[in-house]
Design a protein around this ligand. Sequence first.
Ligand SMILES: Nc1ncnc2c1ncn2[C@@H]1O[C@H](COP(=O)(O)OP(=O)(O)OP(=O)(O)O)[C@@H](O)[C@H]1O
Ligand SMILES: [Mg+2]
Length: 369
Amino acid sequence: MLQQAADAVHDVLEFPNVDIPLLDPDDPGVLVVEIRGGGYKRQIQGIDRLPIERGVMGKAVRERRAQRVDDVGAVPGYITPPTTEGARAELAVPIFCAGEVVGVVNVEGEQPYDELDQRTIEIIADHLGIAIQNARLHEQNREAAVWQERMRLRGELHDSVTQILSSISLLAQALPSAWRSSAQEGERRAKRLAELAQSAFAEMRALLRELRPPHESHSGRHILPQNRDFLGLDRLRDGGLGAALPKLLEAMIPETLARRYRFDRYRPQHLPHEEAMYRVCQEAVSNVIRHSGAREVAVEAHVDANHAYLSIRDDGGGLPPTARGGIGLKSMRDRLARLGGELQLKPMLPNGLDVVACLPRRDREIGNA
Ligand SMILES: Nc1ncnc2c1ncn2[C@@H]1O[C@H](COP(=O)(O)OP(=O)(O)OP(=O)(O)O)[C@@H](O)[C@H]1O
Ligand SMILES: [Mg+2]
């Protein structure tokens, strides 16, 4: 775009020599001259770096206004363009982008420039400023979209694969002692370990499928991956949260932790809402297992007139005042916020924590996602 502009200033408007330097974003005290038109394009190769303390272009940047010089020889600190004999007259107009100078449109020739020349170059500089701003906004939007997607995937990875690996790790630690007490118990837990590892594979494959470029992908985001029966995810579609969660919880919760479930005051919700609740439950229960020291966890879901709630309550030590938020709490909050809901952390008396997920109510008939 800048090169086309430099060529047009020479070819169409017949200015003999053109430079369009931009300020170095990493060092705004330097103009980087790479784009040239006319004689300078033919005569000068390579990139020049000009400090803005010197030269006519530098002055245009410093003073934030056009500079018109009839005889550059009389300007102290004038920088002759390399490999040329230079010119006599110069006109340098700053390019503004969002109120900041970002570069200069500069023309040089033998004949002094007049008011009309200045107005012409100012119009070009104005247009370039708008074009540069649009290009930057576009780049920022692209970066924001990439960032958002990266955060989403970070949450997905954390909430699925990391959870299962954490269960695997706990189970593996207790395996030798289970085996010592009874070979049958040892075998039962080893089987669970293998099932958990399989579901970690399935979750990972599902995520990798999401990362496929669109033309390779045949499934939408909310299509549940296959082979997730073990964790109860596939029950979500046909049976709702009340059918899916017990299966998940039985797979996750170690024998040493008592559990209570209650889903009789709950109604199945829009599938993306239930997927979010399911993930929140997975993370909140994993936190109970890893951080709380609780003896019991109670998982309960219900609806009132306008909202659906899921509560994961434990009787452990509660949130330490110094608790540092990991990915888990943030991911739960983000998931719910994306659907217009929120996460509440309620300390329990005398001890424990109640993690409550709340979403706007959106009932569905079972079997219709
Ligand atoms: N049920 C709970 N009981 C006691 N403390 C908890 C409970 N849940 C969370 N916490 C505290 O809150 C902190 C933040 O939780 P969060 O899930 O965000 O991160 P994490 O579990 O430490 O790491 P990550 O989830 O990223 O693997 C935990 O480190 C822990 O100190
Ligand atoms: Mg966590």
